[in-house]
Design a protein around this ligand. Structure first.
Ligand code: NDP
Length: 502
């Protein structure tokens, strides 16, 4: 039996009305139309955002363009930008509880997790602030007496930032401070389902002293607001996190004007487990990897590849621990798995489970939606006997559903791990160093965890191989992603003429 935490009605909560931030002004759409967000864990309207339109996106792009071409931002010193980003980090920390609460009610994630994400986000803003002072190019003093070569790093220009609903504040924080550190100006479009914390961030950045027009935030749907942000000729770069399908469309749109594109897309991440692993630690990591953020996580460890000798025992132990995970009210501090983002998405998850059952997999645990009176929830689910060719083993379910596959040899495990289109992350569990390193080198993914899962740090780059994305976020090169290089080829002294009298 799943342990459930009954959601409490949000009786005293007044839905918040948000406006968009364009050129330093908080504005409504022309016709005043709004989008309402129903809290997935409580079933009531908690936020109203402006239903932005293409002209709103165009106004925001024009403001960002002006702020880049005429404004002080790209010409400030690294130290000046760094100080403003540090101030923003302090203000985010001061409003962390409010931001975490917004993320929890709008996305349905547990409040304890939302608070931890805010802590991580503050650290990222501080890290990006440090990098703002370290951005530098190269010089070449070896090109001959008459030449000095200098390679500058310049801000790329106007950046469109498009984010999904699963980590609303964290994902914008993996992009925006690095773009700002580089001296770029931006237009940000959060998911239409979870725009609240990004809009509060707009207030924070204004208070911190980021000049008008440097950060514009437009709310609305992807096709209406996001699409023009990927095609407009005044945008120099698009930084997108979301599904592989929309990522592909974004790249095609951006290709019309050859914009730089950075894509963080889906994942179907394997955890490969050998018999010599510390199984106590692995069982906990398997449960965490599968159900963290209700499995609505690009990094979810949704594909276990267990050595055949331990598969039955380990699956049984994961099922036992899964039954103890608390599912329910996102605002209850003890909740570990919150609500599913929308009723439609819950249907999609359930469809994957029934499809797997039809294809011959066994439902070892869960498999059903949970009726907790308010909102929509899914029981932690384990599917055993999954074969590599099944859809549930290859596609992103984006729900608390764990697929268990088995292997006999290391080569077979690597073949299964690499047999899909995604390559975001992977885990390997073994006490043998050679085994871990072999998997680490041969599995094609942007991050490989060894005897742990889903750990991260601002210093460590994050991103995907194959159809999990393009480019890397975080790490010391993250700021460079938002720059162009410019070569200064400088001549000193007398130049040798090209034209010679004959
Ligand atoms: P979507 O791709 O549906 O949406 C992502 C963003 O793109 C949203 O803001 C959306 O707007 C916008 N969008 C939709 N259509 C267009 C369009 N035509 N042009 C421009 N923008 C558009 O993803 P979800 O929001 O459903 O998020 C879940 C996905 O995100 C998963 O696949 C997950 O793996 C991925 N993800 C990847 C991460 C990574 O770092 N690799 C991290 C987190 C999530 P709107 O929805 O408001 O209409």
């Amino acid at each position: 039996m799943t342990v459930t935490v009954q959601p409490k009605a949000l009786t005293n909560y007044k839905a918040r009305d948000f406006r968009m931030l364009i050129d330093g002004n908080w504005v409504k759409t022309e016709d005043g139309s709004t989008l309402e967000r129903v809290a997935p864990g409580h079933g009531v309207i908690v936020s109203r955002y402006q239903a932005g339109t293409k002209p709103d996106a165009e106004r925001a792009i024009a403001a960002a363009r002006r702020a880049f071409d005429d404004g002080p931002w790209p010409n400030m010193t690294g130290a000046e930008r760094s100080n403003l980003l540090l101030k923003a980090a302090d203000l985010i920390a001061a409003r962390a509880d409010e931001l975490a609460h917004l993320d929890a009610i709008e996305s349905g994630k547990p409040i304890s997790q939302a608070k931890a994400e805010l802590g991580g986000a503050v650290d990222i803003w501080r890290y990006a602030a440090a990098l703002a002072r370290d951005l530098h190019g190269e010089s070449y003093n070896t090109l001959g007496q008459g030449t000095l070569g200098v390679v500058l790093r310049e801000a790329i220009g106007v950046v469109s930032i498009i984010t999904p609903w699963n980590f609303p504040f964290l994902i914008v924080s993996q992009k925006l401070p690095f773009a700002l550190a580089a001296g770029c100006t931006t237009v940000v479009k959060p998911s239409e389902l979870t725009s609240g914390s990004t809009l509060v961030l707009g207030e924070i950045l204004a208070e911190a002293g980021i000049p008008s027009g440097v950060v514009n935030i437009v709310t609305g749907t992807g096709p209406e607001v996001g699409a023009p942000m990927t095609t407009h000729p005044d945008v120099d770069m698009v930084s997108f996190t979301g599904s592989t399908g929309v990522g592909r469309l974004t790249m095609a749109n951006a290709a019309q004007t050859l914009k730089k594109v950075s894509l963080e897309l889906g994942g179907k991440n394997p955890q490969i487990v050998f018999p010599d692993a510390n199984l106590d630690e692995f069982v906990d990591a398997a449960v965490f990897g599968a159900y963290f953020n209700a499995g609505e996580c690009c990094n979810a460890g949704s594909r276990l590849i267990l050595h055949r000798d331990i598969a039955d025992e380990v699956t049984a132990r994961i099922a036992e621990l899964s039954k103890k995970v608390k599912v329910g009210d996102p605002l209850d501090p003890s909740t570990q798995v919150g609500a599913i983002i929308t009723p439609l998405h819950l249907e999609k998850i359930a469809g994957y489970v029934s499809g797997a059952r039809d294809a011959g997999a066994d439902v070892a645990l869960g498999g059903e939606a949970l009726d907790l009176g308010l909102g929509q929830f899914m029981a932690p689910t384990i599917l055993s006997g999954v074969k590599p060719e099944m859809a549930v083993a290859r596609e992103e379910v984006f729900g608390p559903v764990l697929s268990v596959l088995t292997f006999e040899t290391t080569d077979e495990a690597i073949r299964i791990a690499n047999s899909i289109d995604y390559g975001l992350s992977a885990g390997v569990w073994s006490r043998d160093f050679d085994t871990c390193l072999t998997i680490g080198r041969r599995v094609r993914a942007g991050t490989i965890w060894m005897n742990t899962f889903m750990d991260g740090a601002s210093e460590l780059p994050f991103g995907g191989y194959k159809q999990s994305g393009l480019g890397r976020e975080l790490g010391r090169h993250a700021v460079e992603d938002y720059t162009e290089t410019k070569t200064l080829n400088m001549h000193i002294g007398a130049r040798t003429n090209w034209w010679m009298p004959r």
